[in-house]
Design a protein around this ligand. Structure first.
Ligand SMILES: NC(=O)c1ccc[n+]([C@@H]2O[C@H](COP(=O)([O-])OP(=O)(O)OC[C@H]3O[C@@H](n4cnc5c(N)ncnc54)[C@H](O)[C@@H]3O)[C@@H](O)[C@H]2O)c1
Length: 269
């Protein structure tokens, strides 16, 4: 098994790409801490996970024969992140892998965007990555080992109209990752990014529904850039990329990224 005896934190792990990532890692021997807000946000036009959904996801991981806990945590808040990391350390005694996956989105033009709309998206992705690294890295440095994988997006490599806040945060995560990789390489810690194309999770379903699109229309619009139309990118595809980056097979890869986008970024935007 690729991650035998490892302990991984997955933020936003109650569903979607995060849950698939947690499942991929658990199948390969990792114990899991799911950290999720489990509470709706005022400017995000679809529902976040619930405590019930997180409890169900924890049971799913346990059914694979691994240990798992769920911790309610808003990654935008330092006190909640610090407490989540303390709980992980008290439960498992170490943290080998941090997956910064928590995310959300809304679609608003910059000329019409209010401050809360900007903050809820940018703070979740970018400040959330900073805070989780801020509180996890000291433990990894003390262990002299660890691995951080952050989920950016094709939106970290190009712009999306009505997604200025999302793209700014996702570009920022790639820059932050490079700096972190430089700071921790001497401590035997690697830091990398995965950039998904469109994956039909609750986030994309929620955005499509907000614009009154049926599933077929939403997929036509949001999958338009993919060169490979079939199969669709699944959360499992994202989880497999994260798993590989977390494994020893990727031991010489740091400060870098893998784009799982069905060829989207091969074309000029
Ligand atoms: N689905 C896509 O097409 C796509 C494409 C590129 C990147 N991504 C990225 O993948 C990641 C996961 O998204 P998903 O598609 O699985 O969406 P999702 O909505 O299914 O899952 C996101 C999870 O994050 C949690 N969350 C949101 N804000 C949080 C916060 N402040 N603190 C803690 N938890 C929070 C939600 O409750 C939810 O469980 C995100 O970072 C997203 O930007 C998704």
């Amino acid at each position: 098994m690729k991650l035998e005896g490892k302990v991984a934190i997955v933020t936003g792990g109650a569903r979607g790409n995060g849950l698939a990532t947690a499942t991929c890692m658990a199948r390969e021997g990792a114990d899991i801490v799911i950290a999720d807000i489990c509470q709706n946000m005022s400017t995000i036009p679809y529902e976040m996970s619930t405590p019930e959904k997180m409890a169900h996801s924890v049971e799913e991981i346990k059914s694979l024969g691994r240990q798992a806990i769920g911790v309610k945590c808003d990654v935008r808040k330092a006190t909640e992140v610090e407490s989540m990391v303390n709980t992980a350390m008290e439960t498992f005694g170490k943290i080998d892998i941090l997956v910064n996956n928590a995310g959300n989105s809304s679609m608003v033009a910059i000329a019409e965007m209010n401050e809360d709309t900007w903050d809820e998206v940018v703070d979740t992705h970018l400040k959330g990555m900073f805070l989780c690294c801020r509180y996890v890295l000291p433990h990894m440095i003390a262990q002299h080992s660890g691995c951080v994988i952050s989920i950016s997006s094709v939106g970290g490599q190009r712009g999306f109209g009505m997604g200025g806040h999302y793209c700014a945060a996702k570009h920022g995560m790639i820059g932050l990752n490079k700096s972190i990789a430089m700071e921790v390489a001497d401590h035997n810690i690697r830091a990398n990014v995965v950039c998904p194309g469109t994956v039909w999770t609750d986030m994309m379903k929620g955005i499509a529904e907000y614009f009154g699109m049926e599933e077929e229309e939403g997929k036509e619009q949001f999958f338009a850039g993919h060169l490979i139309k079939e199969p669709e990118i699944t959360p499992e595809d994202i989880g497999q990329a994260v798993l590989w980056l977390a494994s020893d097979e990727a031991r010489c890869i740091t400060g870098n990224m893998i784009t799982v986008d069905a060829g989207w970024t091969a074309q000029a935007a």
